[in-house]
Design a protein around this ligand. Structure first.
Ligand SMILES: NC(=O)c1ccc[n+]([C@@H]2O[C@H](COP(=O)([O-])OP(=O)(O)OC[C@H]3O[C@@H](n4cnc5c(N)ncnc54)[C@H](O)[C@@H]3O)[C@@H](O)[C@H]2O)c1
Length: 279
């Protein structure tokens, strides 16, 4: 028999895992032995990711910003595998404009996906994370559970043109830090990861990767202007953006035993890129 894998039998939910950083994250978690729930707006793509994995995988499809959908996802995970040990709040998109042009709809959409969805996921998952943690504690076992929320350099340092996205991603940092204080005594690690430029459709040249279909008659163009892309890349000390797989290594670290004593942190995974305003 081979050596047990690092995350053998752990149950992981990753939102927005049909493509990009989320997809690479479920691949890593699954390869390490976790049972994964692949969840996305794009159900067909989520299914094909799940089908391509060797380990146990379940699929959930839906728009997490719609009422009750976060709760459904949590229940689907519990129904499929009996609990949740690792929750990765990754689903997201950008809907950018300078402040004077941001509509209420745009502002609310960014807060909904980047702040409210992580909050609702955590609230819905809380009994499944906290109760077994209390039982482990009562039995004298130290078992670490994991929450990772994907934020952005934009949310910790600001980025012109992204006031709504930055506010919403910054909200998820406050959520992470406060919850780390609440759940630390239960050995539930709560951390965030702040990406700089990662090569996914979010950062592709606008017009080349289609639209995001929110399933409610709203379709938004994806990507950023080519000029902004190249200007941004010149400031990355490591000289290039990361692949989604490289980004997922950071998420994996925060889901793995290697980070058991890392708590309440925002891990920067940006090739050294810093947008300047740090406090
Ligand atoms: N790519 C970057 O450079 C970068 C930088 C900083 C932060 N991020 C963040 O990383 C996360 C992943 O982004 P990515 O670059 O992999 O993008 P991506 O578009 O490749 O993947 C995001 C996934 O989330 C899903 N999703 C979006 N809204 C959803 C909703 N309402 N309900 C369910 N699923 C939804 C999408 O369908 C998509 O499959 C996002 O939170 C993004 O804001 C990305």
């Amino acid at each position: 028999m081979g050596e047990a894998k690092e995350l053998e039998g752990r149950i992981a939910v990753v939102t927005g895992s049909a493509r990009g950083i989320g997809e690479q994250t479920v691949r890593k978690l699954s390869a390490a032995g976790a049972k994964v729930v692949v969840s996305d707006l794009d159900g067909d793509l989520a299914q094909s990711v799940a089908d391509s994995l060797h380990g146990d995988a379940a699929v959930h499809s839906g728009n997490l910003t719609a009422g009750g959908v976060c709760e459904q996802l949590v229940e689907a995970a519990v129904e499929a595998f009996g609990g949740i040990d690792i929750l990765v709040n990754n689903a997201g998109y950008a809907w950018d404009a300078p402040l004077h042009k941001i509509t209420d709809e745009q502002w609310e959409a960014m807060i909904a996906i980047h702040t409210t969805v992580p909050f609702r996921m955590l609230r819905a998952a809380s009994p499944y994370l906290r109760e077994p943690a209390k039982a482990d504690q009562a039995a004298g076992r130290e078992v670490f559970r994991k929450v990772v929320t994907v934020t952005s350099l934009s949310g910790v340092m600001g980025n012109a043109g992204q006031v709504a996205y930055a506010a919403a991603k910054g909200g998820s940092v406050g959520l992470t830090k406060a919850l780390a204080k609440e759940w630390g005594p239960l050995k539930i690690n709560v951390n965030a990861i702040a990406f700089g430029a990662i090569e996914t459709r979010l950062t592709a040249a606008i017009g080349t990767v289609g639209e995001i279909d929110l399933g409610d008659d709203r379709k938004l163009p994806i990507g950023i202007p080519e000029q902004a892309r190249s200007a941004f890349h010149n400031f990355i000390p490591l000289g290039r953006p990361a692949t989604a797989e490289e980004a997922a290594r950071g998420v994996y670290y925060l889901c793995s035993p290697g980070s058991d004593y890392v708590h309440g942190q925002v891990l920067g995974v940006s090739g050294g890129l810093a947008l300047g305003m740090t406090s």
